[in-house]
Design a protein around this ligand. Structure first.
Ligand SMILES: Cc1cc2nc3c(=O)[nH]c(=O)nc-3n(C[C@H](O)[C@H](O)[C@H](O)COP(=O)(O)O)c2cc1C
Length: 191
């Protein structure tokens, strides 16, 4: 059976992305899929201050290994200024190059206050994931007007969004299972 990690792609305290990530985890639980939720609030940002690109930083290596120790990755992405959060790009810029996302199945969920549900953020991130040779899962979910359609207590209150999320969870599980043999887990990453 595959292991799927769910990355909450912001470090904002009290983030909706983390709440959505936990909710999505509960949907994977129903499919009996092993998952781990990881938040970019745990990315060791202080250790990269000053621009330590290409240097071996133990805390960053350990964080990267935790994220990449999976057969498939779901990214839950808020929209910040028409894009994805800066901390996510920083995280990606400190991943081992070129192997980190190579042949890794990745699914994308956007959430935003606005009407487009982080469509822009997801599509910008997909360009990068594609550049890094990930296997992009084609079903995406855009959670628009997040505060009205989702709460921690009630989950996804919009029927269509809930249906799309269930489909993503079920089909991404299959997609990961089909593609996982192409990639060694933790490929190229030494914890
Ligand atoms: C720095 C910042 C920039 C934002 N920019 C946008 C935006 O461009 N479009 C939008 O719809 N919402 C924007 N929002 C609102 C967030 O998308 C929304 O509050 C979302 O739920 C935040 O996710 P989070 O709780 O995981 O941080 C922004 C929020 C922040 C903190």
């Amino acid at each position: 059976m595959s292991k799927i990690n769910i990355l909450s792609a912001t470090d904002r305290p009290g983030s909706m992305a983390l709440k959505v990530s936990k909710h999505v985890q509960s949907k994977f639980d129903e499919e009996n899929v092993e998952t781990e939720v990881i938040s970019l609030s745990d990315f060791p940002i202080m250790d990269v201050a000053g621009g330590k690109y290409g240097k071996n930083i133990d805390s960053v290596t350990a964080f990267n290994a935790r994220v990449l120790d999976c057969d498939g990755l779901v990214m839950v992405i808020p929209e910040y200024n028409g894009s994805f959060p800066g901390i996510l790009k920083l995280f990606i810029d400190y991943l081992p190059f070129p192997e980190a996302f190579n042949k890794l199945p990745i699914a994308f969920i956007g959430e935003a206050a606005g009407a487009f549900g982080a469509l822009r953020s997801v599509e910008q991130l997909q360009l990068i994931a594609n550049y890094r040779n990930a296997y992009l899962f084609p079903e995406r979910v855009f959670m628009q007007r997040i505060k009205s359609i989702f709460s921690e207590e009630e989950g996804i209150k919009d029927g269509m969004t809930n249906k799309l999320m269930n489909s993503l969870v079920r089909n991404f599980t299959d997609f990961t299972e089909r593609n996982k043999h192409e990639r060694e887990r933790k490929a190229g990453v030494e914890a």
